[in-house]
Write a protein that binds this ligand. Sequence first.
Ligand SMILES: *Cc1c(COP(=O)(O)O)cnc(C)c1O
Length: 463
Amino acid sequence: MSRSAHPAGPRHADVLPEGHYTAPPADLNALDPRVWARTVVRDDDGVVSVGGLTVRELAEEFGTPAYILDEDDFRSRCRAWREAFGADADVFYAGKAFLSLAVVRWLHEEGLNLDVCSGGELATALAAGMPAERIALHGNNKSNEEIQRAVEAGIGRIVLDSFQEIARVAHIAQRLGKRQPVLIRVTVGVEAHTHEFIATAHEDQKFGLPLAGGQAAEAVRRVLRHESLELTGIHSHIGSQIFDTSGFEVAAHRVVGLLREIRDEHGAELPEIDLGGGLGIAYTPEDDPREPHEIAKSLGEIVTRECESAGLSVPRLSVEPGRAIVGPTAFTLYEVGTVKPLEGLRTYLSVDGGMSDNIRTALYDAEYTVSLVSRASEAEPMLSRVVGKHCESGDIVVRDAFLPADTAPGDLLAVPATGAYCRSMASNYNHALRPPVVAVKDGVARVIVRRETEEDLLRLDVG
Ligand SMILES: *Cc1c(COP(=O)(O)O)cnc(C)c1O
């Protein structure tokens, strides 16, 4: 790896341009355990390793960019959720965060259930041997083919999202001679993101049936009219990257209100309530997520209290964490290419991937951290922006970062907390080849999703 000197970029002591940063961290070589996967350490020689393998070995064997996933961390997060919620609740991993055959097998072994929201995700789940009764199908526009495959397979639940879908699923189940368990997804008028929730007007979205105005209650009436549907519960999902439970509290209150109306109108107590996913993770050390056992305790207490005050027996609870399980378990490993100091601004460090492997910065203005991982450095902090190699000036991976001033072409950088919504949202923009996902555990690395090849690209292009 070459480490040629280059003109130093602006330092933190210079006038700083606009950005999301505060001061450079005290020690650029330190790896904050809040954002890195559990087995990540910087060894005595300064090289970072994960699962007992160094990033240099991993880059050599698998190339860059690559998503490196800590299997022990993934499995221990599954267990933490499973144990926190206990026998009276179900944990459905949200497959859209990241899904592969290996991931489905780990989930199965660790006793989790699985949410899918397309035919492709369903096919992956079934191909990996997840029992159909432990799978839930979501989506606001499921096709007849997707519904038919799910019902035929004996899927555990379909989460109904519209009046048309009630009729479609009922018709397909009837034709197949099945009685399909279903939940109704409602919008409770609460939307939560990060530290706050907003309790007005968020019925104005494509998902679910609004509680307000009675559409959800009407959906219940319609489902109950169909012999081929078995209504087992109500579902609500209020947002993503949420750090406190106040939004869930309002959601649970409103969902239980609907359960009480259902009992009063139809004389039936539904056995299930699903409060969705959306629990936050630490992308930067400022984020302070709660542990699964704290979340389980709060949600359990909220649902119990609401049911007691409504005079209902407590239904079985489901939750659907995606990001909170897979997000922290992986980092993206990149090699530095060009280094471009802009006087008075910052230094642009280009890596060999970009918005094709992590669209979240461009899409949501997401914040990430980044570290030099192929060696330690005592150089002073340099205000940097880590950018990709795509033809867009918005192709930014980490908007504001401090990296050692001697960071140079050939160095390896790693961006932590990229396990969720990075590989699953990856694209072929600029005919980029989507990176592999490499799982590491106990000193062994295994490709679980291989790198795309130019042959893969050309195979789709039939001329
Ligand atoms: C996206 C989604 C989830 C998972 O969200 P995370 O933020 O990854 O936990 C769970 N349930 C539903 C219905 C979703 O759409």
